[in-house]
Design a protein around this ligand. Sequence first.
Ligand code: PRT
Ligand code: ZN
Length: 213
Amino acid sequence: MASSIRIALQKSGRLSEDSYQLFKACGIRFDYGTGKLKSVSSNFPAEFLFLRDDDIPGYVEDGVADLGIVGENVAVETGRQVTTVHKLGFSKCRLSIAIPRGDAYNGIGDLQGKNIATSYPNLLGNYLAGEGVQAHIHEISGSVEIAPSIGLAEAVCDIVSSGSTLMSNGLKEVETIFRSEAVMIAHASLSAEKQALLDQLLFRINAVQAAKN
Ligand code: PRT
Ligand code: ZN
């Protein structure tokens, strides 16, 4: 049987449309947005899986998918053993620490002993350890920005893009701990056939990116 490559994309979210448009610009056709969890390309030896972004690094580590597109924030937070093969230039954002607008801030040392709510305990924990700050990390899976106003935490660490969510929740950004964009990740040891397909794909992606600049 001829080799084919399996690519995991976010089913529905901020990465989905740009991921699809990237493959479209590369001339790779597949059904997208039909509610199906799987789609086979009609003109490239690839099969697409549509998943929650958080699950993609694990699928790629296990080799259930050969490639995937996720935010670097998710790729790093999950700690899975995958190879980042290409930066894609979309879904740019940053992971930042924010505190109530009216609170004084003189530097990272002010967070010593504080409660910080986040969905990124590993990225935050590593950053604080590197700064020599001990804080209590409260892992919550969503609506992180309301944590200070309901008394759950004195600070938050969350994804910021325009900054308007922080502002509308009465918070100000005090530290940027990580900068992220969408990346293509790959299984750590692809077969020679799959590596050749990845090389073809990266050749097309580079051409698309060069044409844009
Ligand atoms: O359902 P699934 O688990 O697949 O999706 P998800 O809800 O976990 O992720 P999704 O679709 O929200 O985001 C996917 C990826 O997009 C993230 O992992 C980031 O790499 C990237 N990205 C880019 C963002 C943002 N911009 C962003 N603004 N992810 C989240 N946000 C959220 C943020 O959490 C905050 O609530 O938007 C709000 C802040 O936006 P501003 O513009 O108000 O600052
Ligand atoms: Zn997610």
